[in-house]
Design a protein. Structure first.
Length: 88
């Protein structure tokens, strides 16, 4: 069974592993550019549960209590970055 997690009015999802994720914001995992977060789903599989993060460039799966979820970081625009270097 798959459960869609709905963002709040501010486009913020409920905290997952003490991390708040925002819909339509760009993220990075380790050195990979993931693009904008499209949705988060919670899937119940046989004997384990997992989180499914759907980004513009990639879909990622993490175990229910996987500490690596915290490695998904929000990309922040720096004042010196040019508009062509930003992800869309």
């Amino acid at each position: 069974m798959m459960v869609s997690i709905k963002p709040s009015v501010k486009n913020a999802y409920p905290p997952i592993s003490d991390t708040i994720f925002y819909k339509n914001k760009s993220y990075q995992y380790q050195s990979r550019e993931l693009g904008k977060l499209l949705s988060i789903r919670y899937e119940e599989r046989y004997s384990w549960n997992q989180w499914r993060f759907e980004f513009k460039r990639e879909t990622m799966y993490f175990g229910e209590n996987d500490p690596c979820i915290k490695d998904i970081v929000l990309c922040v625009k720096s004042p010196t970055s040019s508009p062509t270097s930003l992800w869309t």
